[in-house]
Design a binder for this molecule. Structure first.
Ligand code: ZN
Ligand code: ZN
Length: 81
């Protein structure tokens, strides 16, 4: 798979930004952006999360909005320890 941002490098990551939730029979699953990203086009945050450039901006704005609280407090899923 090729990175959908630069179109050059091999994509090894997917954007983990949560865009919605999918109700399945047993559980509610988070639906993520899933944009394919290479290492240089992704923003790596916290435990094991990567974001596409668009969603990296969204995350940064959200963090500013909440006055610099830690990303763990604002992110919708618990970060892997
Ligand atoms: Zn790229
Ligand atoms: Zn994204």
């Amino acid at each position: 798979m090729i990175c959908s941002v630069c179109g050059v490098n091999k994509a090894t990551k997917l954007c983990d930004y949560i865009v919605g939730q999918v109700e399945s029979v047993k559980q509610t699953l988070n639906e993520t952006c899933d944009e394919s990203l290479c290492v240089s086009c992704s923003l790596h945050i916290g435990g094991d999360y990567d974001f596409c450039p668009d969603h990296a901006e969204t995350i940064k704005k959200e963090l500013l909005m909440y006055g610099g609280a830690s990303i763990e407090d604002n992110f919708k899923v618990p970060l892997a320890k």
